[in-house]
Design a protein around this ligand. Structure first.
Ligand SMILES: Nc1ncnc2c1ncn2[C@@H]1O[C@H](COP(=O)(O)OP(=O)(O)O)[C@@H](O)[C@H]1O
Ligand SMILES: [Mg+2]
Length: 485
């Protein structure tokens, strides 16, 4: 069931960083993630692919330094006036385009409207089909930043148009089964319960399903009992960010709920977003639900979809990405809509700042470097220090292969995965020995024993993206030497 990114054929061709280099980062956005049960934009985990020259740890790499004694007039200023009526001169036109670009390609929020949602037609029709034709529960899974929350929102809108009652709930790490579902029931109008006759006082009072539950905590069985009373509509409950739930009991109850809802043929379906492991686990808890649950893997955006997304920025800010800029952004983003937006936004800004409508290769490259610098700034010093140690540099190809092997949604990989990424011609035993070095002596990896082979994972999530980017940058340079600047 586990969807895995394909082994990349670029496994060779990897150079360690210059001694004077540190590494780039993963998602700054990850750092801002909270444990609250709210929708947050996330950085992708190990999405792929790029890197740039990175200054040594210990230097204030992320901050452009300003010359000493710079006059006050050079200090940064706001781009636009806060008043509604903008002036019409060239500066305010530029400001307008910058803001329009940010609105079109800003990467801090999931998409909620169809007009700003690019591609994903196949995923959308698979989801609709699973819900409407197969009447199954769905787990949408894939790595962070791949677009699960956005798909869920746009799907919710589409389902509401077809008169489904859609309830969206975002799970936090502290999600509690009874609390969460009590709140969900409080959003289902009582008029949809079979016990309520049309025009009866209960229906007219505007009550909800919530009082149908006993006070205090309850389990999947009692909940399914209440939900099986739904008539006159179909209810879709979206449990977003399910992979963040820590409580094993919550996840077990959800499996039990799916089982009970299916057994009772209730008019309620769950749409869960998470990682592949969540699907495996649900089926592990309740094997009989296998035929009542569908897994929908979110795959990287195809190049045409990347183009479609960038076109939204083009239209909003009256710019145009040229062929080379498009190619670089497509390659560096590795199919992550999050990265396409981040890079497209920065590249577009670079062109606008240079008073150009055409976004070229050098704008795209500036964007890559800016994104890396920002991510790098978000890595803890401790992690940066580990990465520039001699042992890390000496084992660079191994670490890059490990990062690629770990570019699954949950980041865990085995020795065999790393051997595959290295082209298969290394001895597993020596790979395992070297990986262990980074578990014990250098705190870059963690290791766990389960059923089956031991698994490894980068202890700090940003690191694997950093390594894959670094390798891609090296490759980019050797593939296009004429581009060096
Ligand atoms: N189909 C899409 N079209 C345009 N932008 C998208 C699309 N899917 C995702 N995004 C953008 O990518 C970023 C991550 O998306 P999100 O839905 O939060 O991913 P996930 O839930 O998998 O972490 C957000 O900034 C979102 O706006
Ligand atoms: Mg999400």
């Amino acid at each position: 069931m586990i969807w895995k990114r394909k082994t990349r054929d670029e496994a060779g061709d990897i150079a360690p960083p210059e001694p004077n280099s540190a590494l780039a980062p993963e998602a700054a956005a990850a750092a801002s993630e909270t444990d609250a049960a709210s929708v947050q934009a996330e950085a992708p985990r190990a999405t792929t692919v790029f890197s740039a020259d990175i200054p040594a740890a210990g230097t204030p790499f992320a901050w452009p330094s300003s010359p000493a004694g710079e006059p006050e007039s050079m200090l940064p200023r706001f781009i636009a006036s806060a008043s509604d009526d903008m002036e019409t001169d060239a500066t305010s036109e530029l400001a307008r385009r910058r803001l329009a670009l940010r609105d079109a390609l800003g990467a801090s929020l999931p998409v909620t409207a169809r007009e700003t949602f690019a591609g994903r037609r196949d995923a959308m029709s698979a989801l609709i089909n699973a819900v409407e034709e197969q009447r199954v529960h769905v787990v949408i899974y894939g790595e962070r930043g791949i677009g699960k929350t956005s798909l869920a929102h746009v799907f919710a809108d589409t389902a509401r148009e077809a008169r489904y009652l859609v309830i969206y709930a975002s799970c936090g790490t502290a999600a509690n089964f009874s609390e969460m579902f009590r709140s969900i029931l409080s959003r289902i109008p009582r008029i949809y319960h079979s016990s309520v006759l049309p025009n009866s006082p209960e229906g007219e009072k505007g009550g909800t399903f919530e009082p149908l539950l006993q006070p205090g905590p309850f389990g999947a069985r009692e909940l399914a009992e209440v939900l099986s009373g739904v008539v006159g509509t179909r209810v879709l409950v979206i449990l977003d960010e399910y992979d963040r739930v820590v409580d094993v009991n919550f996840r077990r109850e959800v499996a039990e709920l799916i089982k009970n809802l299916s057994d009772r043929a209730a008019r309620v379906q769950l749409i869960i977003t998470g990682v592949a492991l969540n699907l495996d686990e649900l089926i592990g808890y309740a094997p009989s639900i296998r035929r009542n649950i569908a897994g929908l893997p979110m795959t990287p955006l195809a190049p045409g979809e990347v183009r479609e997304l960038l076109r939204m920025g083009e239209r909003a800010a009256d710019i145009r990405f040229d062929k080379d800029a498009l190619a670089l952004i497509t390659r560096m983003a590795g199919g992550s809509p999050y990265l396409v937006r981040l890079l497209g936004h920065q590249a577009g800004l670079s062109a606008l700042n240079n008073r150009r409508d055409e976004v070229n290769y050098s704008d795209a490259r500036t964007a890559v470097e800016k994104v890396i610098a920002d991510w790098q700034a978000s890595l803890p010093r401790r992690v940066q220090a580990s990465l520039i140690r001699e042992e890390a540099r000496a084992n660079w190809p191994l670490l890059v292969a490990a990062a690629r092997a770990g570019s699954t949604a949950d980041g865990w990989f085995t020795v065999d995965d790393v051997v595959t990424e290295m082209g298969g011609n290394v001895a597993p035993i020596s790979v395992e020995r070297d990986l262990k070095l980074f578990v014990n002596a250098i705190d870059l990896l963690e290791r766990r024993e389960g059923h089956g082979d031991p698994q490894f994972r980068f202890s700090y999530p940003g690191v694997s993206a950093l390594l894959t980017m670094s390798a891609a940058m090296t490759q980019q340079r050797s593939a296009a030497p004429e581009r060096r600047q």
